[in-house]
Design a protein around this ligand. Structure first.
Ligand SMILES: Cc1cc2nc3c(=O)[nH]c(=O)nc-3n(C[C@H](O)[C@H](O)[C@H](O)COP(=O)(O)O)c2cc1C
Length: 177
């Protein structure tokens, strides 16, 4: 049977509560492979990933953000998506595509994910991006876009239906149509 991408896109929802179950190494490897296959501007490949499974570090990553951090409370794995701003002036776009590939591959493998934004976000102490960089020893020239929390979901989310697709966002031949 042909692979049904639209069906996968309808199924994917943000999962913020995870089972206390490790994600198999082979699955993480497949997810990372997909992220590394993402296209990048001028093929400069500025995007890198840091995989975190240590519980203590996961909770410290959670504290790098004051709000919208709940996905890191129970996640057994986090993929920190970073980009080398010296390699590319559009590392944010490249990193966004890679993060999306990661989310879709994880969904395809039966795992749940949530994108936890770090760039332009804050903790109780200060800037989330700087705190993540300090915690994980990330060099100055890298930016931290987001953290993708990954694991086996422990919450039920409804899949999207045709009715959720807002075609009013689409114009033809110009904005006014
Ligand atoms: C750029 C971006 C930033 C996001 N930041 C967060 C975040 O910091 N914390 C969080 O829990 N979810 C975050 N999300 C997930 C969105 O809240 C979620 O995708 C949206 O509400 C739609 O729900 P769905 O993913 O279930 O379709 C983010 C998503 C995107 C694309």
């Amino acid at each position: 049977m042909e692979f049904d991408l639209l069906n996968l896109l309808m199924k994917r929802r943000s999962i913020r509560v995870f089972k206390d179950e490790k994600v198999e190494k082979e699955l993480i490897q497949t997810i990372i492979k997909s992220g590394l296959l993402a296209p990048s501007s001028k093929n400069k490949k500025p995007v890198e990933f840091i995989i975190v499974e240590d519980k203590d570090t996961l909770l410290k990553l959670k504290d790098c953000k004051a709000k919208g951090n709940i996905g890191l409370k129970t996640a057994p794995c986090a993929i920190v998506v970073i980009g080398d701003s010296e390699k590319s002036d559009v590392w944010i776009e490249d990193a966004s595509i890679a993060a999306t590939y990661i989310q879709l591959e994880a969904e395809n493998l039966g795992l749940g994910t949530v994108w936890i934004q770090m760039r332009k976000r804050f903790s109780e102490e200060g800037n989330s991006e700087d705190e993540v960089k300090k915690l994980l020893n990330i060099p100055e020239n890298y930016g931290v876009l987001c953290i993708i929390a990954v694991g086996y979901g422990n919450e039920i989310k409804s899949t999207y239906t045709e009715g959720d697709i807002d075609f009013s966002k689409v114009k033809y031949e110009g904005f006014e149509s």
